[in-house]
Ligand binder design. Sequence first.
Ligand code: GLY
Length: 367
Amino acid sequence: MTNIFLLKRDITTSKTLRAVCGRGLPPLAHLAPELFAGAGHICLATDRTCLNKFKRTFKKTLGRRWDGTDIFVLPAGRAAKTFRALEGLLSFMLKRGFSRNSLLIAAGGGSVTDLAGLAASLYMRGINWISVPTTFLGQIDAGLGGKTAVDLGGVKNMAGAFYQPALTVCDAAFLQTLGPGELRAGAGELLKYALIGPEALRRRILKSIEDALKGDAKALQELVSACADFKLSLTARDERDETGVRELLNLGHTAGHAFEALSKGRLAHGRAVLWGLRYACLLSIRLKTLEPAQQRTVSGILWGTEAAPLPAACFNFRAFYRLICYDKKAGAGKNRFLLIERPGRITAVNDIAPGILKGTLTALKRR
Ligand code: GLY
């Protein structure tokens, strides 16, 4: 089964934006012939692991355009999200004579799609790009919706742009190759959707999450389609994260990003988000936003799945506090958290006293 979601027309580029989910999808040029017809040069940006693993798939998906496609190999993981890597990709396209009509295809995890999407937004002030997320987390969140970024000064995603891919392709065939650890990295974002989404999505996620995390093909494909559909519906209503609709997607990310940064690469994004959600749950209980009748349900959702332990560095409150004050919505030196009222109902709270935040961090350590 293939699902095609059409986003609204993007205001800045006036192009129709598409996301396609399914398994064993047709070649990219069949999904978006117009992107290929006008593209003199094509660059595939990926990382070494993906290239080794998926070269045959990439070849197949590019069809007769494979010969002549320039391949740019990014460093694996977060090392891709630097100005150095960004300049490397931009210079690579410049040296090969890329023009405004060229096409950039980003195939890989969230770091690859974030970096390449930003490069696409900058090269000659913007060229077409296609997002091909190959990880579970990338297919349900990072690779969709046009947020692109690099890290700055040790803080995640501090320099970036909203720049929609002209096409997003979530092919569940990539997920069949992932090991249990890589699939589990998607658990945090999945549970986020279970808490912010409508009842039907929550039921679907809770029913299939364990099967999906064990690699069940049907469960993975279904959850990718359901989450992608929901995320794109929020993105279409609030593309530039201005009205509070898209902000829902940040549940668990304020503390999660701080944990990820403090772990210095030991905690992958998805795992850090699961801990960030747990932190948000404990804070919601402390600040009494979470209705007492819902506490067991929400705790059951968040503590019901296995999580890698938080490294000791994450419990350094001063460092944690400094990082959460970089939240883009909070304002300089301030903090802002999304808290849970009940599944499906989230509220934002600003300027929480540091003592409360510190007490919550201690409580998280003890759970
Ligand atoms: N990952 C959050 C967003 O796309 O808005």
